[in-house]
Design a protein around this ligand. Structure first.
Ligand code: MRU
Length: 343
């Protein structure tokens, strides 16, 4: 891969600025945890696993900053809540924060400098494990696909949404590595254009054939028989298999069902929220109206009208053919199969 989504260099977090892709490849460097949290809010880094890993590194930075503070623990408590307030839907964020918090509390009797060093190691481990999980999902997922396959994907669930390789795009990469002939259709993914700007960019960088379509073209594409499988990522999966993912995923799932096309979700175990029973409990982020009424500063809708901009939707489990995780493939009934994978 020709780029890094995020990297840890000499105690600083470097992020490729995803708001500038595909026009410019700019890396931003962070040594203040509040700036990392702002980068998550501003979508410089986005995608559920990438947000979780960035928050973990942000907390490693916070721990170093806390060494200068009056009270190490209360400084860290504040940092945990700053990250928890960045984006509400992707559960990987809260999973990452919790893992860092548990690491810190397991060492609470140690000197703050020891805790800070351990938190840096923990963030590096979370980063490495994310790539390993993506590779595992890749091999489980690729095995489900025929030797020649046209895949539709929505949003960006690629290397850019993770520490590397990707979840949905990880399955696609693994299928290509296994010698399968893969052709990808990428939904542009209004309003933030993650499909147009990010998915098509990273697949093209890897020489994987990709064709960009507007979101409203997916139904016709399926009707013409040009899609053999849909693969998407997830921001949070409830215990019953309901899947929250980028707005528009639900519509794609309904279209896939109507055309008898398998609809796969690829996500690590850290995306499964075992604490909630159904998708109704998943908080859905609403973002600025300007994402809908403007692009790149150009106004595309009249001022003064009503605008609604939910960033995610929930696809009921009944529309999901299988959930590909790093511990294996879950199928309906998801209540049982996801619980078995929890271990
Ligand atoms: O708002 P975003 O760009 O963070 O939304 C990202 C998605 O919805 C992805 O599909 C999801 O996080 C899975 S990423 C492996």
């Amino acid at each position: 891969m020709s780029f890094d989504t995020l990297r840890w260099r000499d105690g600083r977090l470097e992020l490729i600025d995803q708001t500038l892709l595909p026009v410019e490849e700019v890396y931003r460097s962070y040594d203040d945890y509040r700036e990392v949290a702002k980068a998550i809010v501003d979508m410089i880094v986005r995608g559920a696993p990438a947000i979780g890993v960035s928050a973990a590194y942000g907390l490693a930075i916070a721990a170093r900053q806390a060494l200068e503070a009056e009270n190490f623990s209360s400084y860290m408590e504040e940092a945990y809540s700053v990250f928890a307030a960045t984006r509400p839907t992707a559960v990987n964020l809260f999973w990452g924060i919790e893992r860092m918090r548990q690491k810190a509390s397991s060492l609470q009797d140690m000197a703050p400098s020891v805790i800070a060093a351990a938190l840096e190691e923990e963030a590096i481990a979370i980063d490495r494990e994310d790539v390993e999980a993506n590779r595992a999902m890749g091999s489980y997922g690729a095995a489900l696909l025929p030797d020649a396959v046209n895949i539709l994907t929505h949003c960006n669930a690629g290397a850019l949404a993770t520490a590397g390789y990707g979840t949905a795009l990880g399955v696609i990469r693994a299928a290509v590595e296994a010698g399968k002939r893969v052709n990808v259709y990428a939904d542009e993914t209004r309003p933030f254009l993650q499909g147009a700007r990010l998915t098509s960019w990273e697949l093209h960088e890897d020489d994987i054939p990709v064709t960009l379509i507007c979101d409203n073209m997916a139904g016709y594409l399926m009707k013409l028989g040009k899609v053999d499988a849909v693969i998407v990522g997830a921001d949070r999966i409830a215990s019953n298999g309901d899947v929250a993912n980028k707005i528009g995923t639900y519509s794609v799932a309904l279209l896939a069902k109507a055309h008898s096309i398998p609809f796969y979700v690829s996500a690590p175990i850290s995306t499964i929220d075992y604490a909630i029973s159904t998708g109704e409990e998943i908080p859905i982020e609403e973002r600025s109206h300007l994402e809908v009424t403007e692009w790149g500063g150009v106004v595309t809708a009249p001022k003064g009208i009503g605008v609604w901009n939910p960033a995610f939707d929930v696809t009921p489990a009944e529309y999901v053919t299988a959930i590909i995780t790093d511990r294996g493939v879950a199928t309906a009934p998801y209540g049982d199969s996801l619980l078995r994978l929890k271990g």
